[in-house]
Design a protein around this ligand. Sequence first.
Ligand code: IPD
Length: 263
Amino acid sequence: MQGSANLNLMIKAARKAGRSLVKDFREVENLQVSAKGPGDFVSKADREAERIIKEELRGARPSYGWLGEETGEADGEDPTRRWIVDPLDGTTNFLHGLPHWAVSIALEHKGEIVAGVVFDAAKDELYYAEKGLGAFMNESRLRVSGRRHMIEAIFATGVPFGGRSTLPATLQDLARLMPVCAGVRRWGSAALDLAYVASGRYDGYWERGINAWDMAAGLILVKEAGGFVGPVREGRDIFESGAVIAGNGELYEPLCKILREAH
Ligand code: IPD
């Protein structure tokens, strides 16, 4: 795909941050055995990845706004455009030496995500999409799955941890969904969950209590791969409510029905 200059910039930044994270990831395994553990080291790796991305993106487009997991929000001179960045989505996996984490970078224009990059650096899988131009993984065009029956479908979610208030609702979702589908996965990276919906590996995904930076890039991947995304509660804004549903064309509605009826 012949992407725009902005998409190429996002890819360059994601690859650069990914290289830095892969180096740090190799260190994490050694740190697992030390008494202090890898916690501080991983926070540093995370912050360094955001620094790299910010330097690339804001260096090239100083007028755009910024929303990053580590450094928060900053307005730009151009109020219509902002980068939405999670330098390390799947931090807990990274910390535990599990190779399932990604760099996530999205570009928002007038409140709409117009480009997204999710880079799974450990597996060298680069997912990217631009409005109207389709979604890709490395050189291959992405298409959501064609599964039509819930009982054959695999869904992904994030199960709230550490006392988060959305746990009871998610447990109710699971109780309703699990008996009627082929399985639910909880792999710990929302950006990759959405990338996997875009690539047809998962048939759908939902999560309650999620941040804009975790999902912004993944949402355009799903849409550009022919899937659907929407809020858990009809009429709500996905980012404001922090609750999202994504799915292929056939199973998005049935999934919404199950999740919306539950509450
Ligand atoms: C987390 C991951 C996880 C999701 C959590 C997120 P982080 O992001 O995306 O899958 O369930 O809600 O906070 O903290 O690793 O960037």
